[in-house]
Design a binder for this molecule. Structure first.
Ligand code: PMP
Length: 389
């Protein structure tokens, strides 16, 4: 069958394929430690699950408004006004099935053929995929370990042209765990204002920070009206399978987003939204406990990796990933990931799953228990030991 030419421009998330390979190996009876997975291993907190059960019993099983149930849009507006520190009104909130649609809606709404979009490399692969898909030009900014995995404002400035429309960044970042400082955000904001650009700020890991506080670029002067904030429930509340996310968009973009929601999914699951309102309005101690556990795992994995000859791992400030340079082992990221899966039964992702810059790196997710992380470190060390001689 002939598929449309545009399909050749659609990328993917190779993480799903890598996870499938790890599961296939597991099916042959091998014990595989999953460090490739980008989701919290915790269960969704009990109060949220109970709210969903009540919502189903109460009949929240029908279509709802395209932009989301008022109760949830109001809860998001309250939460975001407080945590992100800028005035968010419910009419600017767009609820979606997972946060991912906010990427494609933002890019579809803003990028014409030939328009340029600046994005991080390594970064979440869907940014460049969607820009290519709509006929835009994806312009990567290299994110390097030497710069603490921060997206350097000077590197952004050097790539702005008259065709630039949008700057995408992600802080805390997947796959590096890098976090932008206030002065980075101020410099990016100044560029956006000077060149009249829109910013897509992916804040999905905004609650998973280990030092300091998360700063939303939308809170800086002049930025709320040119920033699309992407956030959601998947990571913060361990709700990946519920498919719940949202965008906070400038008022003039609400109609465009509404049209895209109606044309693609109609609306987001009603009983999931009722549960999401409980997630925001109910107790937050489960979130705090998850972040504390992630911090302990981070400390374990960073120390463990740096104790292995040839691996150089920076301590991340947020999210639940490390992005070590493994070139000192004599392997690049792809060869390393391949050997760890086949010889150690440890599944990690090659840095090239996130662009071209991180070829000497692998992404390791520490969303796994401390005993399993310790076991993985032992196995990695054992596979590498003969290489070191
Ligand atoms: N942004 C980033 C950087 C992510 O890593 C993810 C999930 N892996 C998402 C957005 C989307 O999350 P979801 O659609 O599950 O809410």
């Amino acid at each position: 069958m002939r598929v449309a030419a545009r399909m050749a421009r659609l990328g993917t998330e190779t993480a799903f394929a890598a996870a499938a390979r790890a599961r296939a190996l597991e099916a042959t009876g091998r014990d595989v430690i999953h460090l490739e997975i980008g989701e919290p291993d915790f269960d969704t907190p009990e109060n949220i699950r109970a709210a969903a059960q009540r919502a189903i019993a109460d009949g929240w099983t029908h279509y709802g408004p395209a932009l989301g149930l008022p109760v949830l849009r109001e809860a998001i507006a309250r939460d975001a006004t407080w945590r992100k520190d800028f005035p968010v009104t419910p009419d600017r909130v767009v609820v979606t099935p997972g946060a991912k649609p906010i990427m494609s809606y933002a890019i579809t709404a803003l990028v014409d053929r030939g328009d340029e979009v600046i994005y991080p490399d390594p970064g979440f692969p869907i940014y460049a995929s969607m820009v290519d898909f709509v006929g835009g030009v994806a312009v990567p900014v290299p994110i390097r370990q030497e710069h603490g995995f921060r997206m350097e404002p000077a590197d952004i400035a050097a790539r702005i042209t008259p065709r630039t429309r949008l700057i995408i960044f992600n802080s805390p970042a997947n796959p590096t765990g890098g976090v932008l400082s206030r002065s980075d955000l101020e410099a990016i904001a100044a560029l956006a204002i000077e060149h009249d650009l829109v910013v897509l700020a992916d804040e999905i890991y905004g609650r998973i920070v280990y030092s300091g506080e998360h700063i939303s670029i939308a809170s800086l002067p002049g930025m709320a009206e040119r920033t699309i904030v992407l956030d959601g429930f998947s990571k913060t509340y361990a709700m990946t399978g519920w498919r719940l996310g949202y965008g906070i968009v400038p008022p003039e973009l609400v109609d465009a987003f509404s049209g895209l929601v109606i044309n693609s999914v109609s609306c987001t699951s009603s009983f999931s939204q009722e549960a999401a309102a409980e997630a925001l309005d109910g107790p937050q101690d489960a979130v705090e406990a998850m972040v504390e556990e992630f911090r302990a795992r981070r400390d374990l994995i960073v120390a463990g990796l740096n104790a292995i000859p040839g691996i150089d791992c920076l301590e991340p400030s947020g999210a639940f990933y490390v992005f070590p340079d493994v070139s000192g082992t004599g392997l690049d990221g792809e060869a390393f990931a391949e050997r760890m899966l086949s010889e150690a039964g440890v599944s990690v992702l090659a840095g090239t799953a996130f662009g071209t810059v991180g070829r000497d790196h692998v992404r390791i997710s520490y969303a796994n228990s401390q005993p399993r992380i310790a076991e993985a470190l032992e196995r990695i060390r054992a596979v590498l030991a003969p290489l070191a001689v």
